[in-house]
Design a protein around this ligand. Structure first.
Ligand SMILES: Cc1cc2nc3c(=O)[nH]c(=O)nc-3n(C[C@H](O)[C@H](O)[C@H](O)COP(=O)(O)OP(=O)(O)OC[C@H]3O[C@@H](n4cnc5c(N)ncnc54)[C@H](O)[C@@H]3O)c2cc1C
Ligand code: FES
Length: 277
């Protein structure tokens, strides 16, 4: 499906930058031009400081768009120097942000149930997707975390309107005990068997690979959102190349920032992607 390609660069005012749960931070920026065009699965490039160090912008998936207020929400965790600096940014400061970038998820027209599956910071685009599909399309979110400390605060999950199930590797009250892939298999074999399902997955590479394989075995459409270190975010530096099928169905070098980040699960060469990540 063709997606609008206008990209805006703006000096966005910070509205909120605060912890969300034990592992994440939620950043809300005033960026109405980006919000007006953004689609679930797209990302923005954000400079975390107004100084020259670090120079490169960091890519972040879009967590939520408030069209009325023109507010763009990101969800991040502290991975290194850039995101550490970002935690010190205060409301009222301005940050350079460009977007929306890349190609997002395309809702599967034939599905009668959309399963949006997230782990790690992949929960951000999954929430945006689920919120945009609801209430018109029945949507469930399946989240997989190591333990309860990684869970998103309930209000950020509930505002999507989607039904949510959580799998914890280490188990926990009210949660499925096991991986989100075990939970997915249980649902497809039980409660959800016979439904026309579409999968949308964002999370750790191994989680996306296993979900894509399960989808292929069962002939379920599946889209995955890939991540890679990015420098330009515009298809120029070739730093984010992955092996994936091109339009003729042949394996080719595809830049994640421009052809993705969302790809059909069946189009990705998972062996080479896992080796890189
Ligand atoms: C399309 C896309 C969407 C993303 N969405 C989110 C999001 O919603 N929330 C979020 O917290 N993070 C997201 N990331 C990852 C985020 O860009 C990195 O965590 C961030 O750039 C790290 O910057 P840093 O300066 O803190 O860490 P650095 O000091 O640059 O690196 C610290 C560690 O993080 C790893 N790393 C850096 N960049 C990436 C990357 N792109 N993918 C995987 N590992 C990386 C490095 O290998 C290193 O181990 C996304 C990445 C991409 C490509
Ligand atoms: S980040 Fe430069 S080509 Fe993708």
């Amino acid at each position: 499906m063709s997606q609008k390609k206008s990209v805006f660069s703006t000096e966005a005012a910070v509205i909120i930058n605060q912890p969300a749960g034990e592992q994440y931070w939620r950043l809300v920026l005033e960026a109405p031009e980006i919000v007006a065009l953004a689609r679930p699965g797209q990302f923005v490039n954000l400079r975390v400081t107004r100084t020259l160090e670090p120079l490169l912008a960091r890519p972040f998936g879009i967590f939520n768009c408030d069209l009325e207020q023109g507010n763009l929400e990101l969800l991040y965790n502290v991975a290194g120097r850039g995101t550490e600096i970002l935690t010190g940014v205060k409301p009222g400061e301005r940050l350079s942000v460009s977007g929306p970038l890349g190609n997002g998820f395309t809702p599967e027209a034939q599905a009668d149930l959309h399963l949006a599956i997230g782990g790690g910071t992949g929960v951000a685009p999954i929430c945006f997707l689920a919120g945009s599909l609801q209430p018109e399309h029945e949507t469930w979110m399946l989240f997989g975390y190591r333990n309860s400390s990684f869970m998103l605060p309930g209000d950020l999950v509930e505002r999507t309107g989607a039904h949510c199930r959580t799998a914890l590797d280490q188990g926990g009250a009210g949660c499925f005990h096991g991986t989100v892939i075990d939970l997915l298999r249980n649902l497809l074999d039980g409660e959800l068997s016979g439904r026309r399902i579409a999968l949308y997955v964002a999370g750790p590479p191994i989680m996306m690979k296993l979900a894509a394989e399960m989808a292929a075995e069962r002939e379920i459409p599946c889209q995955v959102s890939l991540e890679e270190r990015m420098a330009c975010g515009l298809g120029v530096c070739r730093g984010c190349v992955v092996q994936a099928e091109d339009l003729r169905g042949q394996m080719a070098n595809r830049t994640i920032c421009t052809f993705g980040p969302v790809f059909p699960g069946a189009a990705v060469d998972w062996q080479s992607y896992l080796k890189k990540s």
